[in-house]
Design a protein around this ligand. Structure first.
Ligand SMILES: [Zn+2]
Length: 431
């Protein structure tokens, strides 16, 4: 006879709210690590300690390129993975114990978040140092606050709240913090390769609406070579920078063309879903010399369902045609994101439950949205048949200046995630 009183959403929320000061302190700690690409180690060690303090079994492991490089979804890089570590906090339920759900209804869950952050831009444009977090008017400021350290704090505090109530999830729960979401997704791919699976995955990226679709995107570096000459006989040279600008303008025409095509998952919300970003450029050696070389890095979005190979082929053909018009030799390298687009069906069990839990926890209907970027949720959904989505705290100026996250939204998302653990996994007494 099961006479245990399992906590209601109300009770769970009460404890989540009591933990908010701790959430803010921990978020400040997280944001103070400048976990730019290649510098994620210290924040991962911090997370490991937090996971241990929650009595989670911890697996901290280095990404093994050999093991992932032939897997679907892999993105090639030109740097080493030495010292690049993911951290996983593992909760295993106790067998043969009473729980709030019958055994066949207890479902396992992955919470996943990335610790890497993007460069800050010019630090002097920030009100304060981007890695000296501060709170103002209900928002916490700093690089990575919204994208996505607040999301990681949300699932840590959600898990902690359940424990504070004297309970634990009645199914396996994996708390994952990964590297390299911002350039490849290979961190999450490495977790999946290592065998970590569950019945659903939630990534609290900074989207306060549940995501239903994400675009695909590729990164490429185009290098255009010209012929150097003194500017007094400029006609003898071929200007690589002018040439690169011509190639870029042809790529811009391709962007316009792609956006004339409508896609059901995006077109109701966005008039220009597919963005081409010229993210970096370098070239030339001397103001009075015709430059012999120019490189630029392009990020190009495309719709789900379009194979990567065909996206790359169209881009190559466009560059090839434009470069030939100006008689310019060129190379194209495909490093970083080679990410397919993904639909997250709103009608699956996990999505329905998340919507129901959201409404019960916050008293308002959840909203749903497609997003014009990629997230690691694609790996779960596309290659491992694990329903996945993103739902996280509302943020401002991610990838921009004075990035911030709403602390009220952090609390709300933590409420939802904690209640979701109860609804999805079921609960069992800690002792
Ligand atoms: Zn992110």
């Amino acid at each position: 006879m099961n006479s245990i009183q399992y906590p209601t959403h109300e009770k769970i929320i009460e404890v989540v709210d009591k933990l908010q000061n701790e959430a803010i302190e921990k978020l400040k700690q997280m944001v103070s690590f400048d976990s730019l690409l290649g510098n994620e180690k210290d924040v991962q060690l911090y997370v490991e300690e937090v996971f241990k303090s929650l009595d989670l079994k911890v697996d901290r492991f280095e990404i093994d390129l050999e093991k992932i490089k032939n897997l679907p979804g892999f993105s090639p890089v030109n740097w080493s993975y030495k010292g690049k570590e993911n951290v996983i906090g593992i909760h295993e339920p106790k067998p043969n114990q009473h729980a709030s759900k019958p055994e066949n209804e207890r479902k396992s869950l992955i919470f996943n978040g990335h610790v890497d952050v993007v460069p800050t831009g010019r630090d002097s444009l920030w009100t304060q140092n981007p890695f000296s977090p501060y709170v103002k008017d209900g928002r916490l400021y700093g690089r990575g606050s919204g994208d996505m350290k607040a999301g990681i704090i949300a699932f840590i505090i959600a898990y902690k709240a359940i424990k504070e109530l004297g309970f634990a999830p009645a199914a396996k729960v994996l708390l994952q913090t990964v590297v390299e979401e911002e350039c490849t997704g290979n961190g999450t791919l490495a977790c999946l390769e290592r065998g970590y699976r569950a019945d659903a995955a939630i990534i609290p990226e900074p989207f306060p609406e549940i995501i239903t679709a994400q675009v695909g995107l590729v990164w490429c570096k185009v290098n255009v070579r010209g012929r150097p000459a003194h500017t007094l006989e400029m006609s003898k040279g071929i200007n690589a920078i002018d040439g690169a600008m011509h190639v870029v303008s042809e790529l811009r025409k391709l962007e316009v063309e792609w956006n004339t095509v409508k896609h059901d998952a995006f077109s109701h919300k966005f008039t220009h879903p597919l963005n081409f970003n010229l993210g970096m450029i370098s070239g030339g050696e001397w103001t009075s010399s015709v430059p012999c070389e120019c490189s630029f890095d392009l990020r190009a979005g495309f719709y789900p369902g379009t194979p990567l190979e065909s996206v790359r082929k169209i881009i190559i053909d466009t560059v090839d045609r434009a470069a030939k018009e100006k008689e310019l030799p060129y190379t194209i390298e495909w490093n970083g994101f080679q990410a397919e687009g993904c639909i997250h069906s709103a009608s699956g069990d996990m999505m329905k439950q998340l919507g129901t839990t959201y409404k019960s926890a916050l008293g308002t209907e959840a909203k749903y949205t497609p997003v014009l970027c990629t997230t690691d949720s694609r790996f779960f959904e596309l290659y491992y048949n694990i329903p996945a989505t993103c739902l996280g705290p509302e943020s401002n100026s991610i990838h921009g200046i004075d990035e911030s996250v709403s602390l009220e939204s952090l609390r709300d998302i933590t409420r939802v995630l904690a209640c979701f653990i109860s609804d999805w996994c079921g609960l069992q007494p800690l002792h």
